[in-house]
Design a protein. Structure first.
Length: 432
């Protein structure tokens, strides 16, 4: 019996939330291991829609333990707001159902502000990333710079002021440089002390909780946020997020050794989308892009931005299969392609006159690659809401089989609508 890691194999928004929610029925523990409230995961259960950004998608199921691992950057205010929203929807997030790692770095208001100041300044110089402006990048910078305030610091009011001062020395230099007023010690201390009581009851030694649960034979599901092409090392740098989003991070970002991590499931959309700036070889800024965006409701959960849309890029997903060790994929949103007379798939790139079968690492080359397409016939029937392989039109099955071949990984799950139960199981990742 394997544990399972779910990762996005494209630029995020592949449908990870839906699949994690579906898989969490078979799991005991669901763990977030990177990213923060830049994620936007949508779950639809019996017509009821839940939008989660910071909490693991397992939280809507009774009897499951949710965990926020040390690899996450944690905004206490976003947490309190999300817990409140879920309460209004009838989901109680109590400390016996959720644990937050004591060594998790915090996102403070000054991180969010710095993210915004930089994006505003970059708008004029053409170096904008198009971040979610949630303070993710600045919080990871402080973590790696060894000056972050962490969850456990909220319990130590003697040393907290010293940590805040150290952080402010750094941030106020940046703020002055960008022409913004300094942040004050009093304001940051007030911000932290006002939320401490709401956070501390959830704090735990997560590495130990996971070790105990694993030894007890429980099933652990790791929920990735963002996608492989947004990974700080393997993505389209610098147009990426500030964490490792690949499956390897599940171990470091939770405190469980890599041997316990298990089956890697790559969530893969039947076409491609991206939010924010950066290269996107198969982007369709035409009626096809409009069709995919409208039919697929491709609007960001966190920022409401329209997602850029394009054809399936097998080069990128093949690379994602390799760097994550993806054993099988969950293919989502096949139904969005219903009714298209023909469907294109990118199988290779042309770069400066040469044909290549990988994404080059340099920013300049990534901007220059041109997709080489294969054209497949579409299907006239519908895949929407199908719950059995036999309900799929023959041509749709052909498309799925062709994708499997191009990326070198089989379909383990097929999703045919936003609803939890519109999911076809081919191979159970927990049993494989
Ligand atoms: P995530 O960030 O990877 O969790 O994905 P998002 O929730 O941001 O975006 C995926 C969107 O597609 C959500 O609105 C889901 O409800 C929806 N969705 C998931 N799977 C399917 C599917 O198979 N078909 C359709 N039509 N929508 C889906
Ligand atoms: P889920 O988990 C899609 C993108 C932003 C921007 C870049 C950096 O829902 O798939 P950041 O705020 O992280 O510093 O922004 O990353 N981005 C996402 N795009 N889905 C996400 O999460 C994303 N999280 C960040 O749009 O281009
Ligand atoms: Mg999303």
């Amino acid at each position: 019996m394997a544990n399972v890691v779910v990762v996005g194999s494209q630029w995020g928004d592949e449908g990870k939330g839906k699949i994690v929610d579906w898989l969490s029925e078979r799991a005991d523990v669901v763990v977030r291991f990177q990213g923060g409230h830049n994620a936007g995961h949508t779950l639809v259960v019996d017509g009821k829609v839940y939008k989660l950004s910071l909490l693991p998608s397992g939280v809507v199921r009774e009897g499951k333990l949710s965990i926020i691992g040390n690899g996450v950057v944690f905004d206490p205010h976003a947490f309190v707001t999300e817990v409140g929203k879920l309460k209004d929807q009838g989901v109680e997030v109590t400390p016996d159902r959720l644990k937050i790692a004591e060594n998790t770095a915090l996102i403070l208001s000054l991180h969010r502000e710095l993210d915004g100041f930089r994006e505003d300044a970059a708008s004029n110089s053409g170096t904008k990333i198009g971040t979610t402006r949630r303070g993710i990048g600045p919080a990871y910078e402080d973590k790696v710079g060894r000056r972050a305030v962490r969850v456990m610091d909220l319990a130590d009011l003697e040393t907290l002021p010293l940590k805040v001062d150290r952080l402010l020395t750094h941030h106020n230099a940046l703020r002055r440089g960008l022409g913004h007023p300094e942040a004050t010690h009093e304001a940051i201390m007030a911000e932290l002390t006002s939320v401490a009581d709401r956070i501390l009851p959830y704090m735990d030694r997560v590495w130990k909780v996971l070790d105990d649960r694993r030894k007890a034979g429980e099933r652990i599901l790791f929920e990735g946020a963002q996608g492989t092409l947004l990974d700080i090392d393997h993505g389209t740098y610098p147009f990426v997020t500030s964490s490792n989003t690949v499956a390897g991070q599940a171990a470091a970002g939770s405190g469980m050794g890599p041997g316990g991590v298990g089956y890697v499931l790559g969530i893969t959309k039947a076409y491609t989308t991206r939010v924010g700036e950066g290269p996107f070889p198969t982007e369709q800024t035409n009626e096809i892009g409009e069709f995919l965006g409208t039919k697929g409701h491709e609007f960001g959960v966190v920022t409401g931005r329209k997602r850029r849309c394009g054809w399936f890029d097998a080069v990128l997903v093949r690379q994602a299969v390799a760097v994550n060790g993806i054993k099988g994929i969950a293919l989502t949103k096949l139904d969005v392609l219903d009714g298209l007379p023909e469907i294109k798939v990118c199988t290779a790139y042309r770069l400066d006159g040469e044909v290549i079968d990988y994404l080059p690492a340099s920013q300049g080359a990534q901007a220059r690659v041109e997709p080489i397409y294969e054209t497949l016939e579409g299907w006239s029937g519908t895949t929407a809401g199908a719950r059995s392989w036999n309900d799929l039109p023959a041509q749709a099955v052909k498309y799925v089989r062709h994708i499997e071949e191009l990326i070198g990984a089989p379909v383990a799950l097929l999703s045919t609508s936003p609803e939890r139960d519109d999911t076809i199981l081919v191979t159970d990742p927990f049993q494989d």
